[in-house]
Design a binder for this molecule. Structure first.
Ligand SMILES: NC(=O)c1ccc[n+]([C@@H]2O[C@H](COP(=O)([O-])OP(=O)(O)OC[C@H]3O[C@@H](n4cnc5c(N)ncnc54)[C@H](OP(=O)(O)O)[C@@H]3O)[C@@H](O)[C@H]2O)c1
Length: 374
């Protein structure tokens, strides 16, 4: 079962109920038990062509399979037992999937900790997306055991599916800001402050006491963001005049909204020391007319920083540090984030439209499944 989205019109989608795929020689079939859906996945779709997100899980011409992060069980395996521990049916993994019930992968570099999908169409894509983690050996998943079912692991798996990929990005941004001495700024302004990625970054900046942290959000989300308590100050879009304009500031932009970008650049002008583009939650409002005052916005692409840190710190260190910090973030997020689970086509369709249209509540996180065996 696949959710297929029209690449030219994200509001048009359909389900394809194809037969369960059989793994060929060297392949394994994964049954996807749960995946998270947030604005991040909509951004994958909105930038599917220019940033190759449609290339991970190919579909028929004109249609795409949106990538999501989640958990799966090895359902059938045709890989020969490797020297370490071959992937056997029943084993559970975490990684990058389509919004589907199954995915056939070509496991290579199988080790105690995971494997890489060596399917030829994924070879040129950023390696971080091609790696699958075996749950039973991952130190960042202390509550997981490979032979436990989702019911046995409780809602921890939902929080992991939702927050792990987003938090990892925030961890990298925080680390990169620290590495650059926050570009000399004393304040970081984060747009789409109610998003989980923004909240994770605010949590880290506060935890490490790096600088003052200001959130910008929609008026309707203001009270929620203030209530979480991670930001020093929260301001609604259109109200940036409430902030002093002469404070050396870095912008971390999760919204990608032309009007919001103009507002922030226009307000801080030369006191804006760096402008960092991370996301596009406002995916239909990207238009930007004319040049911006202050520095030119620069894209932060997490996979590039991961490669850099793997080289600097050696294998596994980034994962260990980010995993430890994620545990603390999940413990805190339980105070403001509730998991909404939804199974089956109708529920997944409703959740998809909710997230696409920006109607999903910031204090809720969707964890979905198209697996009929559940
Ligand atoms: N570059 C990377 O590697 C990377 C990695 C992870 C995430 N990101 C980016 O970070 C951003 C946040 O992702 P997330 O998954 O954390 O988001 P999320 O938790 O689902 O964010 C929800 C919030 O986003 C805003 N929003 C969402 N859809 C909207 C719409 N259609 N119209 C207007 N506002 C909308 C609203 O916030 P406000 O009212 O506060 O604006 C909403 O409360 C995404 O754009 C994502 O691509 C980038």
């Amino acid at each position: 079962m696949d959710l297929l989205v029209a690449r030219g019109d994200l509001r048009r989608f359909r389900f394809d109920d194809a037969p369960v795929p059989e793994p060929g020689p060297g392949e394994a079939r994964l049954r996807i038990s749960s995946f998270a859906l947030t604005a991040n996945n909509i951004t994958y779709a909105a930038f599917g062509d220019i940033m190759s997100y449609w290339s991970f899980f190919p579909a028929e011409p004109g249609w795409g399979r949106i990538p999501v992060w989640g958990f799966a069980t090895v359902d059938a395996s045709n890989i020969e037992a490797s020297g370490v521990d071959g992937l056997v049916p029943g084993e559970r993994v975490y990684g990058y999937f389509p919004m589907s019930s199954h995915l056939v992968v070509t496991p290579s570099r199988v080790s105690d900790t995971g494997f890489v999908d060596a399917a030829p169409h994924r070879a040129a894509l950023p390696p971080v997306y091609n790696r699958y983690t075996r749950l039973r050996t991952d130190p960042a998943l202390p509550d997981q055991a490979g032979d436990q079912t989702p019911e046995q692991t409780g809602d921890q798996e939902g929080y992991e599916a939702l927050l792990r990929p987003l938090f990892t990005t925030s961890f990298l941004i925080d680390d990169w800001l620290d590495d650059n001495e926050t570009f000399g700024a004393t304040q970081v302004v984060i747009t789409s402050a109610s998003s989980k990625t923004a909240l994770a970054l605010a949590f880290l900046l506060e935890a490490f006491d790096r600088c003052r942290v200001v959130g910008l959000t929609a008026p309707g989300n203001l009270a929620f963001v203030e209530g979480v308590g991670y930001y020093d100050e929260v301001v609604a879009y259109g109200g940036i005049d409430a902030l002093a304009s002469d404070v050396p500031t870095v912008l971390v932009d999760m919204a990608g909204d032309g009007a919001v970008l103009s507002e922030v650049h226009g307000h801080f002008a030369d006191h804006l020391l760096h402008s960092c583009r991370v996301g596009a939650t406002h995916w239909e409002d990207l238009n930007l007319d004319g040049a911006l005052p202050g520095p030119e916005p620069k894209l932060f692409f997490a996979p590039d920083h991961i490669v850099r840190r793997h080289a600097d710190w050696g294998p596994g260190v980034l994962e260990q540090r980010a995993g430890d910090a994620l545990g603390q973030f999940i413990a805190s997020a339980r105070d403001w984030l509730t998991i909404t689970e939804a199974h089956g086509e109708d529920a997944v369709a409703a959740a998809y439209l909710d997230v696409l249209e920006g109607r999903a509540r910031p204090d809720r996180g969707y964890v979905l499944s198209l697996d009929r065996t559940q």
